[in-house]
Ligand binder design. Structure first.
Ligand code: NIG
Ligand code: FE
Length: 412
């Protein structure tokens, strides 16, 4: 199937193949063609150019993009979209004055979601999660990372990862899966964190590796959850099974998680709402991608990751949603891009780079996603008629994405 997009007002994020990520000042550049065409063939980008170079082409479908922008679909490198039920009650508790940490201490939070998920059948969990996946695809997400971490027993963690894998098989979106058994210490192991660490390393990890259910390993490195020592142990074990790390660090406290991630060559360190000068200098000279999750900051009313500072220090930055029932019940990357501009002072160019090519890097997908490049996945979105791409974050909260094509399939 050939799809030709013609009369594109501006075709954005055109890159040479091989580019893995952009950092520092280069993030402020968004290469584009004005008045362009783009040809998709089956699942890949076949060719593109300026309208004056468009030869007679036979296509099965021609889409006139007059007045509209075309860009690669969003790459959401951090989500927890496989979960059961919701945590609406905790939302109200927070409105009434309790903090996220106080709710967790009362047995709410991650443990609340784990209880619900353990009691939910695999089929039901798939049904609930697939609705969320379909929704984020419609808003322009073409590649997504999905974590476990609401199971907290071997059976329930495996169930979550099987559901995530199945979503990747049944939908055109690219899915990467991450084992986050170390999300919280479950009730049965209260006061015995080492016992749970042992279960994670000697039982869950080997099974998950054997069944090839995860691409990456993650841990919530935070006061009251898992220590730097736990992080070192788990990442070492993960590496021995070939699982690179993508970890939750510095959400509420800087306890050395960034350093631990860099030592273990983590693919990404995510959250970073609380960041020290030392964290920034450790990230320099590493291949680890810092990932900001501005919707989480918005929803929990916690500080925003100092993205401006990271980019000004010459570092790369990726943006992701963190879609989960507790801290971010939203998977809309358009809101993330707008909030990064509004609250973190990223320019539209920086935010779009962070949500496309750098997001792809943060899930090991730079070779296939995140830019308009011949041979990459035919995953693109067409905007409504808008004056410029800066209008996307400016017009926050309004949907300016008209058509989404993922892996050559037009999403309805
Ligand atoms: O990334 N902070 C750790 N994990 C999730 C939230 C989990 C939850 O509250 O259910 C996050 O924000
Ligand atoms: Fe998260």
């Amino acid at each position: 199937m050939k799809i030709l997009l013609k009369n594109i007002k501006e075709l954005l994020q055109i890159r040479e193949s091989g580019l893995q990520k952009v950092a520092g000042e280069a993030m402020n550049v968004l290469p584009s063609f004005k008045n362009a065409w783009l040809l998709l063939e089956d699942e890949v980008i076949k060719d593109f150019g300026s309208m004056n170079t468009l030869a007679e082409t036979s296509a099965d479908k021609i889409i006139d993009c007059t007045g509209k922008m075309v860009l690669p679909t969003w790459c959401d490198s951090h989500t927890h979209i496989v979960y059961a039920g919701n945590r609406e009650q905790e939302f109200v508790d927070r409105i009434k004055g309790l903090s996220y940490q106080q709710i967790a201490e009362k047995g709410g939070g991650i443990l609340n979601s784990a209880k619900k998920l353990q009691a939910t059948s695999e089929d039901d969990l798939y049904e609930q999660s697939s609705k969320r996946l379909a929704q984020v695809m419609r808003s322009g997400t073409g590649a997504i990372e999905i974590k476990s971490g609401y199971g907290l027993t071997t059976a329930a963690e495996l169930k979550m990862l099987r559901v995530a894998k199945k979503l990747g098989q049944n939908y055109p979106v690219a899915v990467k899966t991450t084992f986050l058994g170390a999300h919280a210490v479950p009730t049965e192991f209260k006061g015995n964190k080492d016992g749970y660490m042992n279960l994670l390393i000697t039982e869950m990890l080997p099974k998950i590796a054997q069944e090839k259910l995860a691409d990456y390993v993650d841990i919530f490195c935070e006061e009251g959850y898992f220590s730097v020592e736990d992080t070192n142990k788990l990442l070492t074990a993960g590496n021995s099974y070939g699982l690179a790390a993508k970890i939750h660090v510095n959400q509420f406290n800087a306890i050395g998680g960034v350093q631990a991630g860099v030592v273990h060559d983590a693919l990404s360190v995510d959250h970073l709402e609380v960041l020290t000068e030392e964290d920034i200098s450790v990230l320099k000279g590493s291949d680890t991608m810092p990932v900001a999750l501005p919707s989480c900051s918005y929803f929990l009313s916690i500080p925003y990751t100092p993205g401006r500072k990271l980019i000004d220090a010459g570092l790369p930055l990726a943006l992701a949603t963190d879609y989960n029932p507790g801290s971010t019940p939203s998977g809309n990357m358009n809101f993330v891009v707008a909030t990064a501009c509004i609250k973190m002072k990223l320019t539209p160019e920086e935010a779009i780079n962070a949500a496309t090519i750098n997001g792809a890097y943060a899930m090991g997908l730079s070779d296939t996603h995140g830019s308009i490049t011949k041979g990459k996945s035919a995953s693109v979105m067409i905007t409504r008629e808008i004056p410029s791409y800066g209008f996307l974050p400016y017009d926050f909260g309004n949907n300016n994405i008209e058509t989404v094509i993922i892996s050559g399939k037009i999403i309805q």
